[in-house]
Design a protein around this ligand. Sequence first.
Ligand SMILES: *Cc1c(COP(=O)(O)O)cnc(C)c1O
Length: 419
Amino acid sequence: MAKIPFIKKDQLEAICEQYPTPFHLYDEAGIRQTARNLFKAFSWNKGFKEYFAVKATPNPTILKILEEEGCGTDCSSLTELMMSEKCGIVGKNIMFSSNETPAEEFVKCKELGGIINLDDITHIDFLKETCGIPETISCRFNPGGVFELGTDIMDNPGDAKYGMTRPQLTEAYKRLKEEGCKEFGLHAFLASNTVSNEYYPALAKILFNIAVEIKEETGVSLSFINLSGGVGIPYTPDKEPNDIFVIGEGVRKAFEEVLVPAGLGDIKIFTELGRYMLAPNGALVTRAIHEKHTHKEYVGVDACAANLMRPAIYGAYHHITVMGKEDAPCDHKYDVVGSLCENCDKFAVDRMLPEIEKGDLLFIHDAGAHGFSMGYNYNGRLRSSEILLREDGSTKMIRRAETPEDYFATLADFWNVEL
Ligand SMILES: *Cc1c(COP(=O)(O)O)cnc(C)c1O
């Protein structure tokens, strides 16, 4: 399957006249459609809610668009909580799924009325001493071992720092009940970027069975089960995307099979998707500014790993469309590289692409989640702007690019020196 940019070349060139490259571009129509499909796929569940993982794309405009579609926020740090508050997304519209949480962040979450999702049993005492235990609380589960779907090993929870063991879960709910908690949830995130319609249903079945056991062991009836993130997207063009309707139906089947007969048919299903919601609905737009012919053929672009880190740290594939050359043969082999003094700063290695000329616009796909937000300032490189492509085709800058002044702003003595 070909990956097709959500914008045409002429329109993108017009946007570039207004906003210099590089920038992250987000497609409002795509974001809304993704959210609507998700809610529709889970509409069989009365209390269904998506808490968008803020870390994927921490921009208030994006959070507000998602809020209009019914989403809350999944926060994991003080600044994410503050951003959610600023957007007016508070109370039980916040899920606070953090780990190694500083005291002040629990205090802030409690103040906002957000739902705290405890990463560890020892955090019960920590929370009690810090700000008191809230009436609504969730616990994060880690089964250990490896997580398999059929014969495929999907991920390695036994090696993950998150969550409580199964016996700890039982202890935690007992303790929390004694401490006066009234509403309980269960959460687990066992595999990342799954391109499979089986992940959520398999995870749901595990958590639903635990809900039944917890009821028997402790008398606690869970109110919600949070399937968290992990539904992925196909970064490479050869893979089939997930079908969210098949996923929703798979979770419904497990629900009918396990929870309904146990008298737990009122449990609400929550999700904390980040990548699935935003990744395909955003792109990094960059321009070819150099070509270099040495031991390999290089195309140098005006973005670098500071704008999109996934290829550099995970060797992740991001599809690239050379705008206006969609139908040209991919008969040139390039490394597409940024300007960092790090050889891993390559958006593509040995990639077959159409012939690229200086000035060509490159659309780096699937950068809408864990893209801008993982940015950093190595080599004094500055973060780019973020542009929203609205449903009517107009654009809005939803974050300006960093300036050298921003970069120097936190230095102690810099501004005393004449430049
Ligand atoms: C990162 C994260 C998510 C979102 O993960 P995606 O892979 O983007 O869906 C959700 N919940 C928690 C607790 C996370 O850490």
